[in-house]
Design a protein around this ligand. Structure first.
Ligand code: GLU
Ligand code: ZN
Length: 309
């Protein structure tokens, strides 16, 4: 059975570290249109796993913004902070398969012996892979990764392949502070919710092979992955929560219109500033994946709201 023959289940999974910004709006709009287009469901998951990074009230604010944009989700909101038992169960399952090992290394030790530092930090040098030195206690739990290539085809960026051993290293599933890692949580949550299509920002493309590998280990089905081009802040840097927060209000239809435009869609000028539900209706009907560009750009609304302007 191909992924296309079933009703899609999409999701939006914001981290409550600040208000919705234009970058996350793109993921919300893209995932919404592509799920609804196939008559599918669209789920909301609040990724509040990292309590220390959470901003009080941000989750509520994100939900109110989604509602103001007529981005209504199906069913109950899933909160990652309430799912630790499930993550622990899956970690134990992986451990039972001999795929997990305890690691005593501090960040400093890893940095000192890492072959080279990757974009997301140093590649784990494998220090604790074959057991801990006597007297040392595991701080974090890592997944053993293979030296074969993990392959997938992204709906926008095409064929991807990554050698986890060389490019990532044995990665953390449970951190030294006891928190479960995003990579583990996202795979468990998407599988438990029956998600068939993951639409999100390109910054997560390099995480996807880790997630695909975890799915293989756990015999979870692979969702279809669709990564969207990054919206850059006016200075050409990756957009942050500080720049480009989506203001809820009279211009919410305009924000949606801008998001569809940014994603390469031919949304008519006559719909500019129309009520959110109308703009979204157009998106659901006419969103074409083939039109989505790959290149990161500064979106129009951010050009205008550049510092000093
Ligand atoms: N929570 C992540 C973020 O806000 C998104 C994770 C995902 O879509 O897999 O960047
Ligand atoms: Zn270690």
């Amino acid at each position: 059975m191909s992924a296309e023959s079933i009703v899609p289940i999409g999701r939006f999974a914001p981290s409550p570290t600040g208000p919705l910004h234009f970058g996350s709006l793109l993921a919300a709009v893209g995932s919404y249109c592509l799920a609804r287009q196939g008559g599918g469901r669209w789920l909301l998951r609040i990724e509040d796993l990292d309590r220390p990074r959470e901003v009080a009230g941000a989750a509520d604010e994100i939900m109110r913004t989604l509602e103001a944009l007529a981005l209504f989700w199906d069913g109950e909101v899933v909160w990652q902070s309430r799912r630790s038992e499930r993550y622990a169960e899956i970690l134990a399952r992986l451990d039972g398969m001999g795929l997990v090992f305890g690691c005593t290394c501090s960040r400093k030790e890893i940095l000192a012996s890492a072959p080279h530092a990757g974009e997301e930090g140093p590649i784990y040098p494998g220090t604790c892979r074959s057991g801990l030195a006597p007297g040392r206690r595991a701080r974090a739990w890592r997944l053993r990764v293979p030296s074969s290539q993990v392959c997938l085809t992204d709906g926008v960026f095409g064929p991807q392949s990554q050698c986890l051993a060389d490019e990532v290293g044995d990665f953390v599933l449970r951190r030294a502070d006891g928190l479960f890692a995003y990579q583990l949580a996202v795979v468990v949550d998407d599988a438990d919710a029956g998600v068939t299509q993951v639409v999100r920002g390109q910054d997560l493309l390099t995480s996807t092979p880790r997630q695909v590998y975890l799915q293989e280990c756990l015999r979870f089905p692979h969702p279809r992955y669709i990564h969207l081009p990054l919206a850059l802040a006016a200075e050409g840097k990756k957009i942050s929560k500080r720049h480009g927060a989506v203001a809820v209000g009279r211009d919410s239809g305009e924000q949606l219109w801008q998001a569809l435009r940014f994603l390469g869609q031919a949304v008519p000028v006559t719909l500019r500033g129309a009520p959110p539900a109308e703009v979204l209706d157009w998106g659901v009907r006419y969103f074409e994946l083939a039109r989505v560009p790959k290149d990161p750009r500064v979106p129009e609304p951010l050009k205008k709201s550049a510092p000093g302007g």
